[in-house]
Design a protein around this ligand. Sequence first.
Ligand SMILES: Cc1cc2nc3c(=O)[nH]c(=O)nc-3n(C[C@H](O)[C@H](O)[C@H](O)COP(=O)(O)OP(=O)(O)OC[C@H]3O[C@@H](n4cnc5c(N)ncnc54)[C@H](O)[C@@H]3O)c2cc1C
Length: 294
Amino acid sequence: MFDFNSYHKAKSVDEAIALLSQNPEAIPLAGGTDVLVRLHGHNKNYRHLVDIHDVAELKKVTMESDGTIVIGSGMTFTGLAHSPVVCENIPVLNEGGSSIGGPQVRNVATVGGNICNGAPSGDSASPLLVLNATVELKGPDGIRRLPLYDFYQGPGQVDRKAGEIMTCLRVAADDYRGWSAHYYKYAMRGAMDIATIGCGAACKVVDGKIAGLRLGFVVAGPTPLRCWRTEEKTIGMQADEELIDIVKNSVLGDLRPRDSWRAAKDFREQIIKTLAERVLREAIKRNIRNTEME
Ligand SMILES: Cc1cc2nc3c(=O)[nH]c(=O)nc-3n(C[C@H](O)[C@H](O)[C@H](O)COP(=O)(O)OP(=O)(O)OC[C@H]3O[C@@H](n4cnc5c(N)ncnc54)[C@H](O)[C@@H]3O)c2cc1C
């Protein structure tokens, strides 16, 4: 039995905003793979729901005329895996998405829910961070956009104001064209497991030198994190073994892994260094190969 006090079903984004505004205690329900689990726990924060599961305008991926990719928050991970726009332009999002739960979970779990739950472990967070994604929210005061990095405020906390719905995530053409990326999730099991550490890297190599590098980690701090200081150090460097060494030995300075029942801090630190090397090598390899094919 689900223990909720009120349930409203929205057919459009505007209706969802109105329902959330009329019911200030209510939260959006998308795929429900987090919300319904918490309802079982008699959690008082999840007793009032506005169901956005069937809002068609949230369930599409489009490309605007300037190349910006617009990912509807209601897209499931199975839907993203079948989206030609995602597969052809930002396949790294599917590397994260395909590592989530199992097929049944991915058939209903949405990318919006994966970000809005504020989990430090969300497997779409790292790919979206290295794509420099922007979050778009719509609420009673209109539309607002902010970098995904700033949307995260703490464990389980995001910058969603009263009455707001995340409508989409946006990736600008300059943030994926000419770039190559890779995401790898290290977990104790091959499926149905939360990441011990997840690492994403995106890079752009021009004439053998790093023209751009982004690194994003999950479960390496209270929120998904970018490695700003390490990234900055690498600009203009040759894409060679020295670069890999610098990155590997620098990333821990940007991150804040901790002990938990899943893994000890020391172990996480070791995995972080290993993944930074492995994921960066693959992103560089892909970028050089893609450039040669152009
Ligand atoms: C068995 C199982 C395995 C799992 N494995 C993984 C895994 O490997 N990796 C992983 O990252 N996650 C995993 N999860 C967690 C979960 O499936 C994902 O986080 C999922 O993407 C959440 O999406 P949802 O649509 O189900 O969100 P919901 O449960 O509907 O919502 C989650 C939160 O986001 C809010 N929300 C949802 N959509 C919006 C929106 N458009 N605007 C504003 N707020 C919104 C809700 O109010 C709620 O607070 C697993 C869950 C289960 C049950």
